[in-house]
Ligand binder design. Sequence first.
Ligand SMILES: [Zn+2]
Length: 245
Amino acid sequence: MVIEGRRKLGRETGCDMRRSKGTGCRHSGPLPRPSRPRFRPAEGSALSGFTRPLARLIDQFERLPGIGPRTAQRLALHLLRQPSEQIQAFADALLAARSQVGQCQRCYHLSADPLCEICRNEQRNTGVLCVVADSRDLLALERTREFKGGYHVLGGLISPMDGVGPELLQIQPLVERVDRDGISEVILALTPSVEGDTTSLYLARLLKPFTQVSRIAYGLPVGSELEYADEVTLARALEGRRRME
Ligand SMILES: [Zn+2]
C-alpha cells in the first residue's frame, strides 16, 4: 500500500522521465504543475518550506565561501535558538569588522590600526620579509610559529588572463620598502601555480639588486592553496626555502 501511495504522489509532484517518456506524462503537456507540491522534489529550491525571514538568513549564509545549503540551514537554525543579546553581539561584530578593518600602512595586512600587530611587534626581525599573496596566507604562516620576521601582502598574484598586472598589486611599495629599510632577505611564499610562479620570477628580478631573494620549498602539493596547508607542511616549506638563481 505504501509503495502504491508513493507512486501516486510521484506522478503528482515530480516527473519521472524514464517512465513517462512518450506515455502522455501529465507534466510534459499543457497542463500546469500543481501550484504547491506536497513533497519537495530532490532538485527543488532548497529554501521552500522556510518562512521568509528564515529563508533570507539561510540565503545570506549560503553566499559565504565553503557554506553549502545544509550548513547554511544548520547555522541559521542555530542562531535562531540563541538569546537576542547574542544575536546583537554577532551583528555588532560583523558591522564593526566591516567598518573598522583596513590595511596596515607598512605591510598591507588587515588591520584596524595604521600599523598591524606584527609590524608593531618589536620582537620580530624586521630585516627579513616574507611576501604573501593575501592575508589568509599570512595567517597560515603565522600558525606555524616558525617565522619571526615581517610580512608584505601583495593583494593577489600577477594573472594576465584575469587582467591582473603588477601595477594592481602592492609591488612598488614592496620594492621601496626593501630599498628604504635595508631588508637583508625577502622570502617569496606564493602558491605554487602558474600565477604564483610568474609573480615569484617577476619579484625576484625586481628585488635582486637590493637584497637576497629566496623562495619557500615545494613542500606543498602543486595546485593546492597555501591557506589550506597544515602547519607541519608549511613549516617544512619555510625551512627548505632556497635562494633563487
Ligand atoms: Zn603590518
